[in-house]
Design a protein around this ligand. Structure first.
Ligand code: BTN
Length: 245
């Protein structure tokens, strides 16, 4: 898949950039790399039905459409890995920080959440058609509710950034990494993701249904399962357990 030279659609205000991108696909107007950026979302979506709030114009609210007809649905977590690695690269390029991925794809700097990723797919039967990767990255916002345990590039550097320029860089990095994924560099992607895994090798609390227990994070498989070790070795499916910290 060639890299896209398409311009980013920039909106003042929208419900959700992911929904807008989905509309482009449904109207046959999307191509690989079509991207939507908004200064503000009225009903921004987070993972697992949560909402995503962001100060107007402060942050990256970006959705990138990718043509996934060449890829297998079974390896869809690789896209999540590629997206998370792209965000880490962007943050580390712009600030003297180390960025980590809290499984499955929250991005942390200084032990606080700096970004979230929401991927939505268009599937025909069992065939993957399109993906919409939605990035919410805290850039210039400096005020967050305490309970969010959030941070931003600005809080980490005491600088202000051009959010649209950063969004454009992110889109280019993400599309470039997708070509590497398509070229078959799966093992390298899984390795890079695991090297960025937050608290890898450390003991954390994880929650499954109503049970909370301590376990050591060993890594994440290509399929996105979390590997842990305590009295037992375990493999946890996506969204069946939550790491608590
Ligand atoms: C999460 O951590 O729960 C994922 C948050 C993803 C937010 C982004 S902002 C751009 C895109 N549009 C949305 O409505 N959500 C994603």
């Amino acid at each position: 898949m060639a890299l896209s030279t398409e311009k980013i659609i920039v909106l003042d205000s929208v419900g959700s950039t992911n929904n807008y991108a989905m509309g482009l696909i449904q109207q046959g107007q999307a191509t690989h790399g079509s991207s939507v950026f908004a200064l503000e979302q009225i009903s921004g979506k987070g993972r697992m039905g949560r909402t995503w709030n962001s100060g107007k114009g402060d942050n990256i609210l970006l959705s990138v459409v990718t043509d996934m007809k060449w890829a297998f649905m079974q390896s869809q977590f690789l896209l999540s890995m590629v997206a998370a690695l792209s965000v880490c690269e962007l943050l580390e390029k712009n600030a003297p920080v180390k960025a980590f991925v809290k499984w499955p794809n929250d991005i942390y700097i200084n032990d606080k959440k700096a970004a979230g990723i929401l991927i939505e797919n268009v599937v025909k039967g069992t065939l993957w058609q399109w993906a919409i990767t939605g990035f919410g990255i805290n850039i210039n916002q400096t005020d967050f509710k305490e309970e969010l345990n959030a941070t931003s590039l600005s809080l980490a550097t005491h600088k202000n950034f051009d959010v649209l320029q950063l969004a454009s860089d992110l889109k280019d990095t993400f599309l470039l990494k997708i070509t590497e994924y398509q070229a078959g560099n799966e093992a390298a992607i899984v390795k890079a993701y695991n090297e960025k895994l937050h608290k890898r090798g450390e003991t954390v609390k994880i929650q499954t249904n109503n049970r909370v227990f301590e376990t050591r994070i060993k890594g994440v498989t290509k399929a996105g399962k979390l590997l842990t070790s305590d009295a037992f070795e375990n493999e946890w499916d996506l969204d069946k357990v939550k790491i608590r910290y």
